[in-house]
Design a protein around this ligand. Structure first.
Ligand SMILES: Nc1ncnc2c1ncn2[C@@H]1O[C@H](COP(=O)(O)OP(=O)(O)OP(=O)(O)O)[C@@H](O)[C@H]1O
Length: 535
């Protein structure tokens, strides 16, 4: 009897709530589907925006960010936002509508009772906001610690051979556990806060019932309301307080997601580097005349350490200039400035008489071939790796020509699928990867060719062959190009037109191989030491 009466009241009240919100509240499948689609579109768009915002930053930006941090922003953090859109927002909206409906109905039934319930709900809301703020802070910390833990794991996996050889597995587990400990500490506090939040809810929830019975009972005795109205009131106040609880619960989870996503939004808002925005000059023809005029430089992350000091060099078109010097003397930095990866702190780099900043950076880079110290290949087939970044219309025979020039053709043909073999980091030796990187640089037919320790991983014969290629490229009058070679192995650069010797960010000697030997300075000393080492 009591149960059927209860259902009767419930049905009657539900039918009274036939408002435009009814459709929203009751078609949960449709709602879920709409939020799911919105979520999918937004998260995809967010990842795209974030990824392209990152790719168009200055190189110095990547000096200050870790790979683990950035990848977790793209992965886990974007997923958090998806949770907000797909779940939390949906439930918050549903419960706000339901709670508002219940509150209006309660005030209509009995405004003193309605006001009391509203006060209790307001207290609950204040506690909820404080709890939400705490959760936001905690989530931000957890996100940071998780990124650091990921960074440690990523580093350890990528240096697995070193870890194994030095037997530091336990030490690495310890390093990882340190971050996990910090995450656990915050999670523990989060759980305690959740417990407190639940306790407050239960206390306040029961107090509504006590108030309803007390004030409602008195109102019945005074004849202000009927017993039926009080029953309805208790049902609706329960509805209201549960809606408030759900809003609070989802709001705190929303705050957690907002905390975790704050950095994502900051990164998404980054403007592209100036060099991608400004439209520079495109010369009709690039001759390859490079000048460093009184160039000084320091890295922003180490502002107190001057890396280059008053460097003056003029490299003529079609000249082969070698740069040598002790490790850390600033050779690669000089090349970084030429590639406009960094801007000089003082002085200017000129190409064919034009300051680098005035030239269109894309146009210029298309005309520069670069082989770095540790060529790492992309996870694509060998042919695509050689074509990488080449904007000309390239045919397979061009790719093979470049591979032959770099003495890579034979070993490529010996691979299971030849030029179509998918490159895996472990598949090729350091020297083989370097030869593919040289082929990539040659295929661009660059006017300026920069080789930064490009032959360091080559065996003596391959190095000799590649040196011949460079010599041939130089003497080919149709393809004039300026070549800058950085090498530790002095045998590689003996034939260069000019050799620049660097020490502590300054140019200390300059001349041909013979001239520098006669000078009996740093170059002659380095040369003697290398000859002794070979002997
Ligand atoms: N991204 C960077 N951020 C801060 N300092 C850097 C960065 N890259 C290089 N340096 C510092 O600048 C100095 C010059 O480095 P650079 O790589 O130009 O020397 P190098 O002569 O090419 O050395 P090596 O022959 O070992 O490659 C070094 O002290 C190095 O620690």
């Amino acid at each position: 009897m009591l149960v059927s009466w209860f259902f009767y009241v419930l049905l009657q009240e539900y039918s009274e709530l036939l408002t435009p919100c009814y459709v929203y509240l009751n078609f949960s499948g449709l709602r879920g589907c709409c939020f799911g689609i919105a979520n999918m579109i937004l998260v995809k768009r967010m990842r795209e925006t974030l990824y392209s915002a990152l790719l168009f930053q200055d190189i110095s930006f990547f000096d200050n960010e870790t790979v683990g941090d950035l990848t977790s922003r793209l992965g886990a953090d974007c997923q958090q936002v998806s949770r907000v859109i797909g779940n939390d927002l949906n439930l918050i909206l549903r419960n706000v509508l339901q709670g508002t409906g219940a509150l209006i109905y309660l005030l209509v039934l009995s405004w003193p009772l309605g006001l009391c319930t509203m006060m209790i709900c307001s207290t609950l809301l204040i506690i909820m906001l404080l709890y939400g703020r705490y959760q936001k802070k905690a989530a931000k910390l957890i996100q940071e610690f998780t990124a650091s833990a990921n960074e440690v794991a990523q580093e350890t996996f990528s240096l697995m051979r070193t870890v194994r050889v030095y037997g530091t597995e336990k030490q690495e587990v310890g390093r990882y556990k340190q971050w996990l400990g910090k995450i656990a500490d915050i999670s523990l506090r989060q759980s305690a806060a959740y417990g407190l939040w639940n306790l407050s809810f239960n206390t306040l929830y029961h107090s509504t019932q006590v108030i309803a019975v007390l004030i409602g009972g008195m109102s019945i005795l005074a004849g202000h309301i009927t017993a039926e109205q009080l029953t309805k009131f208790i049902l609706y106040s329960e509805w209201l307080i549960y809606s408030t609880w759900w809003v609070g619960d989802n709001l705190s989870s929303l705050m957690q997601s907002v905390g975790a996503s704050e950095k994502v939004f900051q990164l998404m808002d980054l403007l592209p580097s100036d060099q991608f925005i400004s439209k520079g000059l495109k010369l009709q023809r690039l001759l390859g005349h490079i000048e460093f005029v009184n160039v000084s430089f320091y890295y922003a992350s180490r502002a107190m350490v001057p890396v280059l000091q008053h460097v003056n060099i003029s490299v003529h078109p079609n000249e082969v200039l070698a740069i040598v010097g002790l490790s850390g003397s600033g050779k690669s930095t000089l090349v970084n400035l030429l590639l406009r990866l960094y801007e000089p702190t003082d002085g200017q780099v000129l190409i064919d008489g034009f300051p680098l900043q005035e030239l269109d950076v894309k146009w210029l880079r298309e005309r520069i071939g670069f082989v770095g110290q540790e060529p790492r290949l992309f996870r694509m087939d060998i042919s695509s790796n050689i074509r990488y970044g080449c904007t000309r219309d390239i045919k397979q025979k061009d790719v093979e020509w470049a591979a032959k020039q770099a003495y890579a053709h034979d070993f490529i043909l010996s691979l299971p699928n030849g030029y179509k073999t998918l490159v895996d980091n472990d598949l090729l030796s350091g020297g083989q990867k370097q030869r593919i990187a040289i082929a990539r640089a040659l295929l661009r037919d660059p006017t300026i060719l920069v080789l930064d320790e490009a032959t360091s991983a080559l065996d003596a014969e391959s190095e000799h062959n590649v040196k011949n290629v460079l010599r041939a490229l130089r003497s080919d009058l149709k393809t004039k190009r300026t070549v800058i070679v950085i090498a530790h192995r002095l045998s590689t650069i003996q034939a260069a037109d000019r050799i620049v010797v660097m020490d502590g960010g300054r140019i200390v000697e300059m001349g041909s191989h013979m001239e520098l030997l006669l000078k009996d300075g740093i170059y002659a000393r380095l040369s003697r030491r290398q000859a002794d080492a070979v002997a």
